[in-house]
Design a protein around this ligand. Sequence first.
Ligand code: NAD
Length: 442
Amino acid sequence: MNSPDTSADVSVIGLGRVGLPLALSFADRGLSVIGVDNDAARLHSVGEGAMPFEETGAQELLAHVHASGRLTLSERVADAARARHIVITLGTPSFSHIEIDMRDIRSALDDLLGALQPGHALTLRSTVAPGTTDFVAGYLAKHRGFQIGEDVFVAHAPERIAAGRFLEEIDSRPCIVGGVGARSGEVVARLFGAFKAPIVQTTPVQAELAKIWANILRYTHFALPNLLMMDCERYGANVFEVIDLVNRDYPRGGLAQPGLTAGTCLRKDFAFSEERSNAPGMLLAVSRVNESVPLFLVEGIRRRLGPAPGPTQGPAHGPAGLGSLSGRKVAVLGLAFKADTDDERDSLAHKLIRLLERELADVVAHDPHVSTPTVAFEQAVADADVVVVATNHHEFRDPGALATIAQHASADCLVVDPWNCWGAGQVFAYASELSALRAPSA
Ligand SMILES: NC(=O)c1ccc[n+]([C@@H]2O[C@H](COP(=O)([O-])OP(=O)(O)OC[C@H]3O[C@@H](n4cnc5c(N)ncnc54)[C@H](O)[C@@H]3O)[C@@H](O)[C@H]2O)c1
């Protein structure tokens, strides 16, 4: 087999939430790694040994890899070709008109084209629309005349690890490899053989479909209880009790719990199916359900608060019978898209805050994880008329958090907890009710 003239084992292009832990893990297994990113601040941070985001255990791993000297950094994509294996972990957003945005991948391919030699193996680790791996292979064949699978290798090996669990799951979750042509799968499987996880070989399009459908399943799984939560409000029913009735001792149950379902992957990966859907609109409807939860919560708050004290002002739009949030203090707990992460990308907490502000509420946020500055917990809930748990961080699930709210918020503070953080089983409840529920029986 041809071997390109290389000085490292593997390059990772895009040192984001997927690429950086992967690069560190390869280095940890003894491979020499080139990490490439066009964000100078990110490279500087990694070069200084400081993780630019939270990932369990990654800070210690970065220190260890630093000391080993097995990770070098570069701003130039073409430098990735100094390694035999090139792994692309660039972002793949969706355009707002529902189509994969491949500009970062196209740009990296163009930068690599002139530097690729027979023997190179290119792995697409980013989440992509079906057909993208074949497009990448076709692009290299068209512009360089390579025989893909014979002299240059291309495969899709999708990232399937949950944020915060990378180091635990890289060795256990099956690694899917969909190679183009005769030998790409085998060559790329050898790279991922650095980890202990089983490798499952398949075709490129099946690897692409498996990745996006895992996320579609999850997005839909959470849309159902979210829709039920809204239906329960209409019928005066309790969503947590209905879910318990569905699931209790019933083998065909399995309804999930409601919440603010979002995040950069769930919110856009469905679009990679929807762009060529056989059931156009079906997954868009799933998305719209999850996207409606912040508005549902705001309207639920308005309905319960009644008119604002003092002269009426502010928006009078929306369904009749809704109260006003003008001048009311609303504490939003959590800005991250899910529990115990500092990742705010595509979090519905921000949408919730925008909607509250459009009702002229005085919004104060607290989040102990994110880098966006927020106020301290006690300060956020002090004299609040409403407290909304937007993210179920473990700090908020502590009964002490509820006690602090009961102690410091206004006497009739409304607590909005779609996550059921304190087990009270009510999306909307008053702090006084909740703290009575938690009080030890006499
Ligand atoms: N974040 C997750 O938990 C997760 C999980 C599974 C799959 N994915 C998928 O993995 C891919 C990467 O996601 P992410 O969250 O790590 O993205 P990210 O935005 O955190 O990382 C992308 C990195 O690429 C860099 N970059 C952008 N353009 C570049 C260029 N032209 N050259 C060099 N560097 C460039 C950015 O500076 C950034 O550091 C996406 O396709 C995503 O859908 C993400």
